[in-house]
Design a binder for this molecule. Structure first.
Ligand code: TXA
Ligand code: MG
Length: 343
């Protein structure tokens, strides 16, 4: 694997100029690729929503090179947020804070809060430092679809619609950042990521996880999200092979994302063994789902991942992907119940 982790001066100059001109720039982070706009450029922000097909009420994360520009975006940084920033930045943590008055409503989705993150990827750091400001960036995919973890995923999805793509190789983590709100004296986990609840609690003590009505809206945490186009269902480990064999019997092509190799051979089953190591599983999850999505299968069956906390973020994304194809998942359950595979 060839890894390019630093941009050339020419690439940086081009990207910074594009951002200043209100164009979009795709850049790598350690989580997923971002579709970046100058965060203080309203026309550029509008372009993000147009290109993604994202409703304007869905707020964006502002990326910064360090805490130095934080006061421009947040009017208050509570003590808990300070502690989390000190411990996890640069890194895969997004903090939701009270917004500063000048933050554009397209960034905040019209809310009184703003999401900020200092990414650790060297190329993201280079770009942010060269710009000297904030870059508002959602994941560089169409609304509701799989996040890109490689530059070629972005090219596949957007083609020539984005002129500047900084290729920083494969994203190290592969899942979107952990999002934590620090508001009204409370700390609340809004989206699980590779920084776990226990890690957060070790730094700040109590962290709420309930979806309070007072909590800020996190549109990306709607149940249906992060989904391939092919219907996806989650299947218990001890049933997945029988179910794949059964469904493929009639000549229907079935895709499987498992954590072990298949025991038998099946003509119409495309099987990926993603292994049991969390880091590798998360790193490749979206790439695997993209591969399976393109395999021309009627369904994707995903082996249920372990119940442990460290798998929370993976489980969360799989659950949302499955929810996007809920009716089909129900159909799979019906088929399998008919032959006594699923309860
Ligand atoms: O790892 C990541 O977070 C990646 C990389 C590019 O940084 N970005 C990312 O952005 O996943 P996006 O837009 O795909 O997801 C951001 C999530 C959305 O669910 C959005 O609703 C939530 O952050 N969000 C943004 N601003 C918020 C706010 N003020 N309050 C609550 N949620 C917010
Ligand atoms: Mg996204």
């Amino acid at each position: 694997m060839v890894k390019t982790v630093r941009a050339t001066q020419l690439e940086l100059d081009t990207a910074v100029q594009a951002l200043r001109d209100g164009e979009l720039v795709v850049f790598p982070t350690e989580t997923v690729y971002g579709l970046g706009a100058h965060a203080a450029h309203p026309a550029a922000l509008r372009r993000v929503f147009e290109l993604k097909g994202r409703p304007p009420t869905h707020p964006l994360i502002v990326h910064l090179d360090s805490q130095r520009f934080l006061p421009r975006w947040a009017r208050e940084v509570p003590a808990a947020a300070h502690k989390l920033a000190e411990r996890f930045w640069p890194g895969p943590l997004t903090l939701v804070l009270p917004r500063a008055p000048s933050v554009h409503p397209l960034v905040t989705g019209g809310q009184d809060t703003v999401a900020v993150r200092v990414p650790g990827h060297p190329m993201a750091q280079q770009l942010l430092t060269a710009l000297g400001g904030g870059i508002a960036a959602p994941s560089a995919n169409r609304f509701g679809r799989l996040s890109p973890t490689r530059a070629e995923h972005v090219r596949d999805e957007f083609g020539s619609a984005v002129r500047v793509i900084l290729d920083g190789g494969e994203c190290k983590l592969g899942l979107e950042s952990t999002i934590v709100a620090c508001l009204d004296g409370r700390v609340r986990l809004l989206r699980p990521g590779s920084i776990t609840l226990s890690q957060l609690r070790r730094v700040v003590g109590e962290v709420l996880t309930d979806p309070s009505t007072a909590a800020p809206r996190v549109p990306g945490s709607e149940t249906a999200h992060y989904a391939p186009a092919t219907a996806l269902s989650i299947v218990p480990a001890d049933q997945i092979e029988d179910l794949a064999a059964l469904l493929s019997q009639g000549g229907q092509r079935i895709a499987v994302l498992a954590q072990r190799p298949p025991l038998g051979t099946y003509q119409f089953v495309t099987w990926i063994n993603a292994g049991t190591r969390l880091e590798a599983y998360a790193h490749d999850l979206y790439a695997h789902l993209r591969t399976l999505d393109k395999a021309g299968c009627a369904r994707i069956l995903v082996q249920a991942v372990p119940p442990e906390e460290r798998w929370d973020a993976v489980r969360d994304r799989l659950r949302r992907a499955a929810a996007s194809s809920a009716t089909d998942a129900a159909a799979v359950a019906d088929d399998s119940a008919a032959v006594g595979i699923l309860p």
